[in-house]
Design a protein. Sequence first.
Length: 95
Amino acid sequence: MTVRVFIPRDAGAVAVGANAVADALSGARAEHGIEIVRTGSRGLYWLEPMVEVVDSEHHTALYANVTPAMAREIAKQYVGRPFRVAEFVRRAFRG
């Protein structure tokens, strides 16, 4: 299963850590075949760095305020598995 991860590279996103998030995923890219695509921002700067994950069946998940640790966890959730939302997101919505 090919997973594409979209990470913004504009100045606003880079200023709040987008490059560190991309660096955190670079190991997963080589190890698990994750494709990293650097994009422009969506303009929601208070949510940057945002990461969009799209699997080979075009399921999409969008994560906001991603840290490098969260990025590594996101990668683990998608590698070789059916599409599912990362565990820290499920915990956030349980209340």
